[in-house]
Unconditional design. Sequence first.
Length: 256
Amino acid sequence: MKKWIALILVLVVCMSLAACSSKGKSLEDIQNAGKLVVATSPDFPPFEYLEGDKVVGIEVDILEMIAEELGVTLEIKQMDFDSVLPGVQSGKYDVGMSGITINEKRQKNADFTQPYFLASQAIVVMADSNITCKADLTGKKVSVQTGTTAEEYCMANGYQVNAYQANNDACSALTSGKVDAWVVDNEVALDLSAQTNGATKVLDEAMTTEPYGFAFAKGSDTLVAKIDELLTAWLDDGTIESIFEKYDVPFVSPKK
Ligand code: ARG
């Protein structure tokens, strides 16, 4: 009797461990559910932003096409950027869509598609600033969005970092004079800087190169494989590039 109880306990522990270690869903799981639940921080034009209360942008277009190929609908959930990856890793959402930079640290905790675009970090300053390059940032106050590669990079470089949950607040910190510079992904820098009507400018010197991809919980193997297959085809036949053209953004291929 005791042996049986022990055996059952061992089985229960094993099963719950297996459930914990793999939060990822299979292609079949998604198709059975009929929807792809997307976590996003829509403060990142032109990749994802709000038009009224609708989330639109380059990545929304790409995921809409993916959903159509899978025969499912997209269900978009909005949150701050620093909640996107944790939510995906825990299995709460199926996919993270947020101009997410693929790097080794993140790959330890999440699965990623292949990159579909090559971005960089840009420096935004006030139009009359005497900061002209990266070297001028030493000892300066810099705003970033919480949880981003910009935050990590600026901390590592020893700048005085002010981190904000919302990208727009990181931008306002610059325009209201709280910081000397704002570090953010290059295309977003150009887009949001243009919205300040000449008050700010984006410096020519970029700081990093960063491939963007979509994030999934560990163990989403068949799902990621299917999406990679679609991305490969669309990178090869110019479909991805044409989406960038639609938004008037120069396409930088992730393929060397
Ligand atoms: N590419 C940067 C990163 O992955 C910034 C992404 C911020 N995304 C957003 N939707 N606000 O850390």
